[in-house]
Write a protein that binds this ligand. Structure first.
Ligand code: URA
Length: 299
């Protein structure tokens, strides 16, 4: 006679593990007087599978500020759930360009990023932004990474240092990555849609995005990441050429050329709207699962 196992113990430990992971990501389940905590998890193993070849960290500094996660005006693009299993749904590209990346050539990778960076550093297409900047903020991380994270534009700290996501939002982003066992230097590449800080950290204007997005497109063409994570509505709308909101775009994979694209909330939005952190954590878990990356257990 087959024995029916009591699921209690497993369920308990699964729940405990889930709660621990959420708390490591800064999600507090019970109200606490001190608010959110963002303790870094103990990471036991470095996920080598985040990079495609021997890691050769490069990148140059920096960047930014932030964001609007406001619901977008409705779009004609369908958001109806696709048919099929949950796993199939995750893998279905919903919207976005399907134009393939060009075949990787034998060009020296660092050299090409440097060429783009040099162009960015001397760019004056947006006279207001170029006139006010301390420095341009190109990107940071490993150009061999399978995952590229895309933000909006540099903020004050990024404009001073030349590295993306080094202010408060960047610290949260680092903790989100650490909760997945990742760090910005080795496992991902981080760039912004716009390379100069907009005054008072306002959202980039459409003409600024138009002027600058070509640089990011060239970075992506060079890196050819398997996965792209859009942080916030500006990145999502620019990459996917849509007007849909983050709320409607998240929880599924879209496409940008050969890259699978996931959309989540901008870390600056998460700093202001802590109730959204649990959703961002769900997005990160979905992304890691699709990438085949195990999220490290907390000690
Ligand atoms: N927000 C962004 O979108 N980019 C940065 O580099 C910093 C904050």
């Amino acid at each position: 006679m087959s024995k029916v196992e009591k699921p209690t113990t497993d369920l308990k430990s699964l729940c405990r593990q889930h709660l621990e992971q959420l708390s490591g990501f800064g999600v507090t389940i019970a109200p606490s007087g001190t608010g959110q905590t963002f303790d870094l998890p103990q990471v036991e193993s470095v996920p080598d599978s985040m990079v495609r070849e021997t890691a050769a960290p490069s990148g140059n500094a920096t960047a930014k500020k932030y964001d609007s996660e406001k619901p977008a005006e409705s779009s004609k693009q369908s958001t109806a759930a696709p048919k099929g299993s949950a796993r199939q749904q995750e893998s279905i590209a919903r919207i976005g360009s399907t134009e393939p990346y060009p075949a990787a050539s034998s060009r020296p990778r660092q050299a090409d990023l440097k060429v783009i960076n040099d162009e960015v550093a001397s760019c004056t297409k947006c006279s207001v932004l170029a006139g006010a900047r301390n420095c341009t903020v190109f990107g940071v991380g490993n150009p061999q990474a399978r995952l590229v994270l895309i933000g909006e534009a540099p903020g004050e700290q990024e404009d001073k240092t030349g590295e993306p996501f080094v202010g408060a939002a960047g610290q949260l982003l680092d903790k989100m990555l650490a909760a997945c066992g990742l760090n910005r230097q080795e496992h991902v590449y981080i760039l912004n849609a716009v390379k100069c800080r907009p005054p008072q950290n306002r959202n980039p204007k459409p003409d600024e995005l138009e002027n600058c997005w070509g640089y990011a497109q060239r970075q992506l063409e060079f890196i050819q990441p398997e996965f792209i994570c859009c942080l916030g509505s500006v990145a999502a709308r620019t990459v996917l050429q849509t007007t849909q909101s983050v709320g409607r775009l998240r929880k599924q994979f879209h496409r940008y050329r050969d890259s699978k694209v996931i959309v989540t909330y901008h870390p600056s939005y998460l700093l202001r709207t802590t109730s959204a952190k649990k959703h961002a954590w769900e997005d990160m878990k979905l992304l890691m699962r699709e990438m085949g990356i195990d999220i490290p257990k907390r000690n």
